[in-house]
Design a binder for this molecule. Structure first.
Ligand SMILES: Cc1cc2nc3c(=O)[nH]c(=O)nc-3n(C[C@H](O)[C@H](O)[C@H](O)COP(=O)(O)O)c2cc1C
Length: 197
């Protein structure tokens, strides 16, 4: 793996694992290094939402030479420590359970610990929450994190672009994330309301 600081992708047990799948594909296409952690509930949703199998996906990403998978119990992983420099961390999809833990400083698995490290080191942390409706606890947890500089990016469809199908929506969310973490400078013009044809 080349020495650029990696982007940490964390998959938790909320609906929308396809977003993480497409996001990792896009990062690797852009020659970025990717460190992945997936919670056990994330694996359950992965299976439920009928993505290509976890094993096949890891094998595909591994072949890039820019990808590493860590177990969610692996506190010896480099991303458990602030001494290891990462470019950004994206929790996608982010369950309300994981968001609640992060906002309350609970670090009992690698995903939560790595997120806590991002906050303490003042590095880019983005959460892609998936729940509806949101209750007051969900909102308070996210507000607390937003005040600490964490970006909250709900996977909202771009209705103004008249997406034809769910792929259009997913692609838009991935592009929005690529800009948010600075992998891309701007959205492609077909995703910008004033610039689309
Ligand atoms: C199929 C399935 C779908 C789920 N969808 C969501 C969801 O969209 N949002 C959410 O917050 N929790 C959802 N849950 C519940 C979480 O997976 C559960 O709270 C779990 O404890 C989260 O653990 P984690 O944060 O370690 O991934 C779902 C669970 C299953 C099995």
């Amino acid at each position: 793996m080349k020495s650029d600081a990696p982007i940490i992708v964390a998959i938790t047990g909320a609906s929308g694992v396809i977003l993480a799948y497409k996001f990792i594909d896009s990062l690797l296409e852009k020659q970025k290094n990717v460190f992945l952690v997936c919670s056990s509930a994330g694996r359950m949703v992965w299976k439920d939402e009928k993505l290509p199998s976890f094993g096949e996906s890891i094998e595909k990403w591994d072949s890039s030479g820019r990808f590493k998978l860590f177990s969610n119990g692996d506190f010896y992983s480099p991303i458990a420590s602030g001494g290891f420099k990462s470019k950004a961390m994206v929790v996608i999809p982010a369950s309300m359970n994981t968001i609640s833990s992060i906002s309350n400083g609970i670090t009992d698995n690698l995903i939560k610990r790595a997120a806590d490290v991002m906050i303490k080191e003042k590095r880019e942390l983005v959460l892609v929450p998936r729940e509806t409706p949101l209750n007051a606890l969900h909102l308070k947890n996210m507000a607390k994190l937003a005040q600490l500089g964490v970006k909250i990016l709900p996977p909202n469809p771009p209705y103004y672009l008249f997406p034809k199908n769910i792929d259009d929506i997913n692609d838009f969310i991935v592009q929005k994330l690529m800009v948010t973490i600075g992998v891309e400078d701007k959205l492609p013009s077909n995703y910008i309301y004033n610039e689309k044809e």
